[in-house]
Design a protein around this ligand. Structure first.
Ligand SMILES: [Zn+2]
Ligand SMILES: [Zn+2]
Ligand SMILES: [Zn+2]
Length: 756
C-alpha cells in the first residue's frame, strides 16, 4: 500500500524530516520525505497496512519537541511505485497550501552547550554551535522551503566533517540546516569603533574583559546588534546614556545563569521557567532590596529587564569575568529599527561604542528580544518578538477571510490572520519615519511569503493620518481588496475576546492614546464588544491637554489643566518653572494658555497617571513611552491606598478632577508612595465599578482589561478583585501583548470575524 501525506504547521526547521526518516525506517517502510515551498512537509511511504498504520500513529505521537502540526492529509492508494529504500529527497518549490510557517529562533540547547564546553569535541569553543533542535531560524531565512540555500548559511559551504554529520541519519545534526564548525562556519572578530580589525586570539572572551573594564561594545547577534557594557560601574552606563533618547529608558541586561540573576533580582518559579526556556525573553524582574547593580541601568524603576544567554557567543562572554551581568540593549538610533548590517553598524554606532564584536553571517530578518512581565504566575507579553515570532496564535474560531493588519503608530507589529491562525510579526517599533516604515513593509512581505497567504482584506487604525493607515490603503488598492478601519480600543477589546474565545465582552481598555470614533483622543474606555461591533459604554472624564502634544512629554501641563478647573495654580506652576525646558518663560505661557481655556481634550488614563506622577515629583519629563506612569507604579509599590476615595461617577463618566485635586491638596501631608497607590486605586475601582454596572445591564458574563495600563499590576489586581467579587469572569491577555503590540492582532480579528 501507499500513503501520500502532507503535514502542515511548523514542520520545517525543527528536525521533522529526520524524524520522519527514522520513523519510516523503524516501521520498515520505503519512499521519501521532502520540504515544500509552502512550509509543508510531504511524505510518501509504501509498505504493508499494519506498518503504515503504525507509522501514521508514531508521526503524531512522537513528533520533535519544536514541531507543531496543524493539519495532516493522508491519501491511501493501492498501487505502489516500488521504492527500494526511504530517503530524504530534494525539496520541491511547490506551494499550494497556506498557513504553515517556519519556527522562531531557538536558544542554544543543553547538548550543544555541553559540546561547546568539551575540549575533546570538534566544536569546542565554537560560538555558533547549533543542531536540529536549536539555533536561529526566522532570522536567517530568506525564502522557502527551509533549506540551506534559502538561508544566510548559504555562504558557508560545509566541510567534509559537517557534510558527514548532515547526511548521517544517526547523527543529531542529520539535515540540520545551520550545521557549521570552526573550519567551515561563520567567524567572529573584534574591531575598533571605526571598524579596524584588532588582532586577538579569543575575540569573544576578550570582549567580556573589555566590557568588565567599562568599555562599550556593539555585539552582533542573530537578529541585530546589541550595545553592551558593564552593570556594576556607573561611568560606562552613564556614557551610554549620553544619547538623548537613552536618557532614562531602562536597559535590558544579560546574566550568565539563573543563580547569578538571583543575586540581584527576585525570581519566582514561573519567571525562572520562562527565563531558562528555549524562548529566552527579557523578563522584567523585581530588584532585590540589596540590588548591587548601577542605578543607571533601570533608573527609578522597581524592576530590571533580564535575560539569559541564548547563543554560544553570549555564554562565552561571561567565561573570564566577575561582572554579574552586562547591559544588552538593542542597538538602534532614535526611532530607527535595530541595526543589522556590519557597515551600517560602524556608521551609525561608531560614535557611541568603543569596539565592535562582529561575525560574518548576514542577518536576513531583523528581530529584537522579546519582553515579558509576570503578575504572579500570569505572563504579560510586552514585546512579542524573538523566540515567539512568527509562531502563530491559535484561535478556537476560523476566520472566513484572510486578513492583513498593519497596526497603529506605536509599538507596531503586523498580523496575518488565516483560518484559525494569527501570525503576528516581530516587533517593528514606532512607525513615524521612513526606516521603520520600510521595516514594516519588509516584514509584511516576508510574512505573506512564508505563510503563502492571499490577503482578502487589509485592516488598519481609524486614525486618518497614521502612516500605517496610508500603507493599508496602498496595499489594498494594489490587491484590489477592501480596507477595514478599526478603532484603537475596539482592537484591544476584540483581541481579548478572540484570545479567550468569548462571543461578547465588557472591556476596560486603558492606555495613552487612541483615535476615537468622534475624532477626539480616547484612552480610558469601557467598551462593549461582540461580533457585530462595539459600543463605548463608559469612559474617564475628558481633560485638557495644555499645549496639545507637549502635555504628553511634560505631564505637569496635564495636571495644571485639570487643577485649573477649580484652583488658581499659576503660583504653583511658576514655582516649578525649572521643570520645563524653557523655564519661567514656558511656565508663563502655560498660565496664559490656562486662562484662554481652549485645549484639545483626552479621556486617556495614561495622561491622568502621568499628571499624578508629575504632581508628586516622581517624573516631570517623559523621555520614553510610559515613563511617568511606570515610575508612579514603582513608587506606589511601597505605599497603601490611604485616601480610599469613593469613585465619583456622573452619567457613565468617571470623574478624574476630584482625584487630581485630592492628590494636590494632600501632597505635602501624605507620602508620595501612599498617594501614588491611592491614585491608582481610585482609577481601578472606578473603572471596575463602571464595567460591572454595564455588564449587569447588558447581561454580559465576561469583563476584561486591555491596553498598556493593563501592565500595571496593582490596577489590574484591583479591577480583578471587584469584578470577581461581583461574580464575573475577569479576562486578561496571556498570549498577546496588552499594549499596542497587540493591536494588529485585534484589527485582524475585527476584519476577519466581524459579521459584514
Ligand atoms: Zn543544539
Ligand atoms: Zn564544518
Ligand atoms: Zn493602545
Amino acid at each position: 500500500m501507499r500513503a501520500e501525506i502532507k503535514v502542515s504547521g511548523i514542520v520545517q526547521g525543527v528536525g521533522f524530516r529526520p524524524f520522519v526518516y527514522r520513523t519510516a525506517v523503524k516501521n520498515g517502510l520505503v519512499g521519501y520525505v521532502r520540504n515544500r515551498g509552502d512550509a509543508v512537509v510531504e511524505v510518501v511511504v509504501e509498505g504493508n497496512k499494519a506498518n503504515l498504520t503504525q507509522f501514521l500513529e508514531d508521526l503524531k505521537a512522537d513528533k520533535p519537541p519544536l514541531a507543531q502540526i496543524y493539519n495532516t492529509t493522508t491519501d491511501i492508494k493501492k498501487e505502489e511505485e516500488g521504492f527500494s529504500e526511504f530517503k530524504i529527497i530534494r525539496s520541491s518549490g511547490e506551494a499550494e497550501l497556506s498557513g504553515s510557517v517556519v519556527p522562531p529562533d531557538v536558544s542554544i540547547c543543553d547538548e550543544c552547550l555541553r559540546e561547546m564546553r568539551d575540549p575533546q569535541n570538534r566544536r569546542f569553543d565554537y560560538f555558533f554551535i547549533t543542531c536540529t533542535d536549536c539555533g536561529p531560524r526566522y532570522t536567517i531565512i530568506k525564502g522557502l522551503p527551509y533549506d540551506r540555500p534559502n538561508t544566510t548559511m548559504q555562504e558557508f559551504p560545509m566541510c567534509d566533517a559537517c557534510v558527514k554529520e548532515y547526511g548521517d541519519p544517526a547523527n543529531r545534526r542529520f539535515h540540520a540546516q545551520t550545521v557549521a564548525c570552526p573550519d567551515c562556519g561563520p567567524k567572529v572578530y573584534l574591531t575598533s569603533s571605526s571598524g579596524e580589525p584588532i588582532d586577538c586570539r579569543d575575540p569573544i572572551r576578550e570582549t567580556g574583559l573589555l566590557l568588565e573594564e567599562g568599555n562599550i561594545v556593539a555585539i552582533k547577534g542573530n537578529g541585530g546588534f546589541h550595545v553592551a557594557t558593564a552593570t556594576t560601574k556607573t561611568e560606562p552606563v552613564a556614557r551610554l546614556r549620553r544619547d538623548k533618547h537613552r536618557k532614562q529608558k531602562p536597559f535590558a541586561i544579560m546574566a550568565p545563569d539563573l543563580e547569578t540573576v538571583k543575586s540581584f533580582a527576585e525570581v519566582n518559579q514561573w519567571e525562572a521557567e520562562l527565563l531558562t526556556s528555549y524562548r529566552k525573553p527579557i523578563i522584567l524582574l523585581k530588584k532585590r532590596a540589596d540590588y548591587p547593580l548601577s542605578d543607571l541601568v533601570s533608573p527609578e524603576l522597581h524592576s530590571v529587564g533580564t535575560m539569559l544567554p541564548y547563543t554560544g557567543l553570549h555564554a562565552m562572554l561571561f567565561d573570564q569575568v566577575e561582572e554579574p551581568a552586562f547591559v544588552m540593549t538593542s542597538a538602534n538610533p532614535p526611532s530607527e529599527p535595530i541595526v543589522t548590517d556590519n557597515n551600517e553598524a560602524v556608521s551609525k554606532l561608531g560614535s557611541t561604542v568603543d569596539y565592535f564584536l562582529f561575525h560574518n553571517r548576514q542577518i536576513a530578518q531583523r528581530c529584537d528580544d522579546s519582553v515579558v512581565r509576570f503578575h504572579g504566575k500570569d505572563p504579560c507579553l510586552i514585546r512579542r518578538s524573538r523566540g515567539y515570532a512568527p509562531e502563530p496564535v491559535l484561535l478556537k474560531q476560523v476566520s472566513d477571510r484572510c486578513v492583513l493588519a498593519v497596526g497603529g503608530e506605536l509599538n507596531v507589529t503586523s498580523c496575518i490572520l488565516t483560518e484559525n491562525r494569527a501570525f503576528i510579526s516581530q516587533h517593528i517599533g514606532d512607525v513615524e519615519n521612513l526606516e521603520n516604515l520600510r521595516f514594516l513593509k519588509d516584514s509584511i512581505a516576508h510574512l505573506t511569503k512564508l505563510t503563502n497567504c492571499s490577503v482578502e482584506a487589509v485592516a488598519c487604525d481609524l486614525h486618518p493620518r497614521f502612516t500605517t493607515t496610508k500603507l493599508a490603503q496602498e496595499i489594498a488598492s494594489k490587491l484590489g481588496c477592501p480596507v477595514v478601519k478599526v478603532q484603537h480600543h475596539h482592537a484591544h477589546a476584540a483581541a481579548l475576546m478572540a484570545e479567550w474565545n468569548v462571543p461578547e465582552i465588557v472591556a476596560v481598555t486603558c492606555d495613552g492614546f487612541g483615535y476615537g470614533s468622534d475624532g477626539s483622543a480616547w484612552g480610558g474606555e469601557v467598551l462593549y464588544t461582540d461580533r457585530e461591533g462595539y459600543k463605548r459604554v463608559a469612559h474617564l472624564e475628558a481633560q485638557p491637554m495644555i499645549g496639545g502634544d507637549l502635555a504628553t512629554y511634560y505631564p505637569l501641563r496635564v495636571a495644571a489643566g485639570i487643577l485649573h478647573k477649580q484652583l488658581d495654580v499659576s503660583e504653583w506652576l511658576l514655582s516649578l518653572s525649572n521643570k520645563f525646558p524653557h523655564g519661567r518663560k514656558e511656565a508663563e505661557v502655560i498660565v496664559k494658555q490656562l486662562e484662554k481655556g481652549s485645549a484639545p481634550e483626552t479621556t486617556s488614563c495614561g495622561r491622568v497617571l502621568d499628571a499624578v506622577s508629575a504632581m508628586l515629583g516622581i517624573c516631570y519629563t517623559r523621555t520614553y513611552e510610559g515613563e511617568p506612569a511606570m515610575k508612579l507604579e514603582s513608587t506606589a509599590m511601597k505605599g497603601k491606598d490611604v485616601l480610599n476615595l469613593a469613585p465619583r461617577v456622573e452619567g457613565n463618566v468617571l470623574d478624574t478632577t476630584v482625584l487630581v485635586n485630592e492628590i494636590f491638596s494632600n501632597k505635602d501631608k501624605v507620602s508620595a508612595a501612599d498617594l501614588a497607590c491611592s491614585a491608582q486605586s481610585y482609577l481601578a475601582r472606578g473603572l471596575a465599578q463602571l464595567a460591572v454596572e454595564e455588564a449587569m445591564r447588558l447581561k454580559v458574563k465576561h469583563i476584561g482589561f486591555s491596553g498598556g495600563v493593563a501592565y500595571n499590576e496593582h490596577i489590574k489586581a484591583t479591577i480583578r478583585k471587584t469584578v470577581e467579587k461581583e461574580g464575573f469572569k475577569f479576562l486578561v491577555h496571556n498570549r498577546i501583548p496588552a499594549g499596542d503590540g497587540g493591536t494588529s492582532f485585534g484589527q485582524s480579528i475585527v476584519a476577519g470575524f466581524q459579521k459584514k
